[in-house]
Design a binder for this molecule. Structure first.
Ligand code: HEM
Length: 155
């Protein structure tokens, strides 16, 4: 499993992008009154979210926190975005199952009214997740905390 850890951030970013695409396809489907496609795309987005949570937990159990190497004002932007991302993620952790269960119980009026809040927040969390990943792993890459500890203790 340890060998896979370096690819986890990229996998998580892939899940974020996939979520955005699936949610957009799902909304387009219901706007076109195609319930079958809407259901299929939204259930796929939920499966991707579950995979995301599993990989996210494994990654952070292994690596701990990831240091951000950017300096100056960009740190304010990065940590502001990261806080918004984490707070939003906590909300959607409850909102997505509630939105889904309302639909699965055929309570579509209640489903639609909650879904109109869940959807933009879910998109925001997925897009901000990708931006945070891109900043921390591509523009200002740094070594994960455990690697820094290993370097310091000579492991
Ligand atoms: C968590 C997953 C889901 C999300 C985020 C979601 C999102 C949405 C959104 C945003 C709308 C309103 C679109 C508009 O602006 O007109 C909607 C409508 C609808 N959704 Fe979902 N959906 C999900 C799962 C499902 C599932 C699994 C079903 C089927 C069992 C379903 C059935 C419907 C129906 C029938 C409507 C139309 C309601 C109406 O216009 O009265 N949705 N959904």
């Amino acid at each position: 499993m340890k060998d896979l850890v370096p690819i986890f951030p990229h996998l998580l970013a892939f899940f974020n992008v996939s979520t955005v695409i699936l949610l957009i396809f799902g909304v387009v489907a219901i706007k076109n009154e195609n319930l079958k496609k809407h259901k299929r795309f939204m259930l796929m987005a939920v499966v991707v979210a579950i995979l995301f949570l599993i990989v996210y937990t494994l990654y952070h159990m292994e690596v701990g926190n990831v240091a951000f190497a950017g300096e100056g004002k960009i740190r304010w932007f990065y940590f502001g975005l990261l806080i918004a991302h984490v707070v939003g993620a906590v909300f959607i952790l409850f909102m997505v199952p509630m939105t889904l269960f309302r639909a699965l119980k055929s309570n579509f009026v209640a489903h639609k009214s909650l879904a109109k809040k869940t959807l933009p927040l879910w998109l925001l969390v997925s897009v901000s997740g990708f931006i945070v990943y891109f900043m921390a792993f591509h523009i200002w890459p740094s070594k994960p905390a455990t690697q820094i500890v290993q370097l310091l203790v000579g492991g």
